[in-house]
Design a protein around this ligand. Sequence first.
Ligand SMILES: C[S@@+](CC[C@H](N)C(=O)[O-])C[C@H]1O[C@@H](n2cnc3c(N)ncnc32)[C@H](O)[C@@H]1O
Length: 172
Amino acid sequence: MIVGFFPATTMPDADWWRALWPDPVTLLVEMGVQPGMVVVDLCCGDGLFTAPLARIVDGVYAIDIDPAMLDRARALVAAAGSTNCHFVVADAMTFDAVVPEPVDYVFLANTLHGVPDQLGLARTVVAILKPEGQFGVVNWHRRPREETRVFGQPRGPRTEMRMEARDVAVIG
Ligand SMILES: C[S@@+](CC[C@H](N)C(=O)[O-])C[C@H]1O[C@@H](n2cnc3c(N)ncnc32)[C@H](O)[C@@H]1O
């Protein structure tokens, strides 16, 4: 067990996860990620979003509390030929202590639902963002889990953990 690990945020199996996210680049661009930025991929997992991020922006800090996840992300980024990514094992609640510069964007995908102190996390994000910086969150809509099926199976966090965009906006 990793101390500080957010509940219900274990990295999903790659088969259905990659089927669910077939085009991370388009998602990142639609969320405002642009060339020239320095971005934190917070709770980066195995690097599904980290590798495309590194291809779009100037620099990436990939942060996860699980060293095994960072090893997988590092391998994915290296396979894509990017060299602009720093990989740091850290708790997201205090990640501002390990990022040595203000950043343009903090990207947090598929994790906020499990964060016990969401306001505290948002405060940490604000502490590291440049004045015009952005906090982009990807989360499961509050649809019943039974309805969110991939490869025929219900997927994602428990229904009651899910958040609509307006719930996320209140925190951010
Ligand atoms: C559901 S996965 C999502 C990974 C990636 N963002 C994605 O969407 O593909 C959640 C990740 O959060 C990490 N995590 C859990 N608790 C954390 C914490 N307190 N600080 C940093 N990372 C954490 C887990 O190790 C896992 O890799």
